[in-house]
Design a protein around this ligand. Structure first.
Ligand code: AQP
Length: 327
């Protein structure tokens, strides 16, 4: 019996942050280690072309992202880990999907609207069709479960629709995938806690997993907690969420109680969060440095992953071409 396929991707647009970890990558590792799924994890460098970074930076960050995923526990013997552009079939399938996807549906995508505001001088067509390429990635491997953060749910819904549009126009072929969320599907920015933590917001907004303890401490010192006017402060909730996931259980409860009693010290909370996050990733930082010291080994692992992925991708693409009446 074949196992259900899990597929997910991450952009090489910067070092991984605690949002990427709690919302997605931690879940990837749990699913991989459960041994119940056939897991594909992809570093989506084609997707990252929609941003502003240069070629050299992209190439370097792609390897760094691979090292970070391996250092966190993605195991190439258990999962297929690869770089998206090493399996270019996804761009061909994306083209077919572009032709069944109504423009109005893409116009509804909140990520497109947000990114268009963030990069006003570079609102490229790739940014608009980004979720179509994402659908192609998932369906190329017949992904059934897609572990992502809350911000990606709308895109997975669109993937489900693309499946229906393709199947209706041609033949019932693709299965509709489902998003899988963690208990922390949306970690917020440290400086603007009404926005999700995002690499593209800038340095002070994110805690990178590779940040040294002092850096984490300094970032947390500047984190927005409660603003005047009372009410529930999203910045405080966000720090408590980090504590819940990175510190021992009762530590978080003590701060939750103190907050309810109006006796919480934000500077103390920030110090404890900094310590908990930094110590949770101490081993990771060592493994990451070790992996990055030998890029040839990393590249060989990624090339093996792409070979495995390509076997499935070529089969799907051959069938999809036939169904669409090309070749
Ligand atoms: N703040 C977050 N909380 C929970 N999950 C998150 N994810 C991202 N930010 C958070 C999830 O991480 C996975 C990989 O994300 P990505 O790098 O491919 O794309 P992204 O969502 O665009 O991440 P960023 O940090 O916001 O990158 P930029 O700024 O470059 O666009 C996804 O599953 C995502 O949901």
């Amino acid at each position: 019996m074949s196992k259900p396929v899990v597929f997910s991707g991450i952009q090489p647009s910067g070092n991984l942050h605690v949002g990427n970890y709690l919302g997605a990558v931690k879940h990837w590792i749990e699913l991989q280690d459960s041994d119940k799924y056939d897991c594909y994890f992809c570093i989506v460098d084609y997707h990252s072309l929609t941003g502003n970074r240069g070629a050299d930076e992209r190439r370097e960050q792609t390897l760094t992202t691979a090292a970070e995923l391996l250092a966190l526990g993605i195991d190439p013997n258990k999962s297929t880990l690869f770089i998206q552009s090493h399996v270019p079939e996804c761009t061909e399938l994306a083209w077919i999907f572009n032709t069944v996807t109504p423009v109005v549906e893409l116009e509804r995508m909140t990520q497109f609207k947000d990114k268009s505001k963030q990069q006003t001088k570079n609102i490229n067509a790739g940014l608009f069709t980004y979720p179509v390429l994402q659908a192609a990635d998932i369906l190329l491997y017949h992904g059934e479960l897609v572990p992502v953060g809350a911000d990606q749910v709308q895109h997975i819904e669109l993937t489900r629709n693309i499946t229906r549009w393709f199947n209706k126009r041609y033949t019932e072929y693709f299965l509709e995938p489902k998003p899988l969320l963690t208990e922390a599907p949306k970690v917020m920015s440290l400086l603007e806690p009404d926005k999700k933590m995002s690499k593209s917001l800038g340095e002070g907004h994110v805690i990178e997993l590779a940040d040294e303890p002092k850096v984490i401490e300094n970032k947390l010192k500047k984190a927005v907690t409660a603003t005047t006017g009372g009410g529930k402060a999203p910045g405080v909730d966000n720090l408590l969420l980090l504590l819940e996931h990175f510190a021992d259980g009762d530590v978080c409860q003590q701060f939750v109680k103190a907050e309810k009693a109006g006796k919480i010290s934000y500077s103390e909370l920030k110090g404890v969060v900094a310590e908990a996050v930094a110590s949770s990733f101490a081993d990771f930082r060592e493994r990451r440095a070790h992996l990055l010291s030998d890029p040839a080994v990393l590249k060989a692992q990624l090339s093996d992953g792409a070979k495995k992925a390509r076997v499935v991708a070529e089969k799907t693409m051959k069938e999809a071409r036939e169904l669409a009446g090309i070749k």
